[in-house]
Ligand binder design. Structure first.
Ligand SMILES: Nc1ncnc2c1ncn2[C@@H]1O[C@H](COP(=O)(O)OP(=O)(O)OP(=O)(O)O)[C@@H](O)[C@H]1O
Length: 439
């Protein structure tokens, strides 16, 4: 499920910041400044989620929650409250809000919560990009395994593309038309993971104001990816094993047995055998999930993937920034090929993003490639100091332009000769880096 989020916020600066953050993650958004405007929009247009401020002139966020609860009971509503107003958050949860954000919050906190209810449309639902012999063989193997019903365990260091491979297996399987549901076991607090996986009935625990299906139920007829499974605590591992063996689930606080038709894929960046030996991962669960192990090695061990991936990631980022047609110069390619990529493909993605932000030219050069950890050998690359310097100069220029144009983004973008979209992107990055961007 992906799609439209309605933001209801009377502080236009915050409204814009929320929209920037969500747009950059691929969500489509509509913004309105009041609950009344939200109601009028909801009567005309379907949305998939609402994010609303509580305190607003006219009808407040709680009033809007009640209205939505009456008309669209299944529509998830996230409320934003001032930090000091815990009572507001409690009332909102009672009134049926699915969650709340205490201001001020980080872009990551916002995206983390939204992703629990709405999957961002991914740009990378294509096949994994490969160029190295090793990866080509791995992909062929994964394609064959996909057609079977076997559980698959994908291992490899962080950022190597394990989730991309899992999506590929789902798309190549007989379940391709069914849902693909991913849950990151490391990102959800232990006490919430069980409820998130298995679902709960209303009143199962404090805060369970309405019944909620778990990820297993949501994945019925499709595939469930248990990301970073080795981070799950041992008690929950036992419960998971039972669900996998019996192919049925019972929601927390519920009595009904729900039968499941779900294929389970799992990933881990640990040495699984060692986790079993150390008693951190159940051996029986290991055998259950490890029916078909696939291992995606570190990027440095498959150097033939680096340039095809760099090209692909460049085009993906360039599209977001409205900079289609940007290319990688020969010196930039040499730089990328020579690096040892401790952060794997995710690091490559970051480096490409940085290069695009720094450069305004149509071809990225070696000088635009800023690698993490300047201490490591990096041929023909300026040191990190220069990169930081340039970045901070760019931030200064943008901040000054914002001041000079009294916050008008359109004017700032014109003044700096960049598209409004690029400006939005840069501002969101600045906010992520903790810089206060005046509105
Ligand atoms: N072969 C590939 N083709 C296209 N994109 C890739 C590939 N490998 C990785 N990526 C991109 O790199 C980023 C990291 O990939 P992914 O999330 O799949 O890694 P991961 O191994 O699951 O990471 P973690 O262990 O941290 O969960 C994503 O943006 C993904 O789109």
């Amino acid at each position: 499920m992906s799609g439209d989020i309605l933001i209801v916020e009377d502080d236009l600066g915050l409204q814009q910041a929320l929209q920037d953050t969500l747009l950059l993650s691929g969500y489509r958004c509509e913004c309105v400044p009041s609950a009344e405007a939200a109601i009028s929009l909801l009567q005309r247009q379907a949305v998939q989620m609402v994010i609303t401020d509580v305190q607003m002139a006219g009808m407040d966020g709680l009033g809007l929650l009640h209205w939505i609860g009456g008309r669209f009971p299944g529509l998830p509503v996230l409320v934003m409250t001032a930090h000091a107003q815990v009572a507001g958050a409690v009332s909102a949860m009672r009134a049926g809000a699915v969650d709340y954000l205490a201001k001020p919050f980080t872009p990551d906190a916002l995206l983390g919560l939204v992703a629990r209810y709405l999957r961002p449309p991914r740009e990378d639902d294509g096949d994994p990009v490969v160029g190295d012999e090793k990866s080509i063989r791995l992909l062929q193997l994964a394609g064959r395994v996909a057609r079977s019903a076997a559980s698959v365990m994908i291992t490899g260091p962080s950022g190597t593309g394990k989730e991309v491979l899992a999506r590929f297996i789902h798309r190549r399987s007989a379940r391709a038309e069914g849902p693909f549901v991913a849950i990151n076991c490391a990102a959800i607090p232990d006490n919430m993971l069980e409820a998130t996986l298995f679902g709960y009935e209303k009143g199962a625990f404090t805060g369970a104001v309405q019944a909620c299906p778990g990820k297993f139920e949501q994945a019925h007829g499709g595939t469930l990816l248990l990301d970073e499974i080795t981070e799950m605590d041992l008690n929950l591992q036992a419960k998971l094993l039972r669900v996998l063996q019996e192919r049925e689930v019972e929601r927390l606080g519920g009595r009904k047995i729900i039968s499941l038709d779900v294929r389970v894929l799992a990933t881990s960046n640990r040495d699984l055998r060692q986790a079993v030996t150390e008693g951190r991962f159940r051996e029986d669960l290991y055998y259950r999930l490890n029916v078909f192990p696939l291992s995606w090695p570190a990027l440095a061990e498959r150097p033939g993937d680096i340039l095809p991936l760099a090209e692909y990631l460049l085009q993906r980022q360039a599209r977001l920034l409205g900079r289609n047609g940007v290319t990688l110069g020969e010196d930039a390619r040499a730089c990328l090929q020579a690096w040892h990529w401790p952060g794997n493909v995710r690091e490559l993605d970051n480096v490409i993003q940085r290069a695009l932000i720094l450069s305004v030219a149509g071809t990225l050069g070696a000088g635009d490639i800023l690698l993490d950890g300047a201490a490591a050998p990096a041929p023909v690359v300026p040191d990190d100091g220069l990169g930081k310097e340039l970045e901070s100069q760019e931030h200064q220029i943008i901040l000054q332009a914002l001041q000079a144009c009294a916050g008008s983004r359109r004017e700032v973008a014109e003044k700096l000769g960049i598209s409004p979209r690029t400006l939005r992107y840069k501002l969101a990055r600045m906010r992520e880096a903790g810089i206060r961007v005046p509105m």
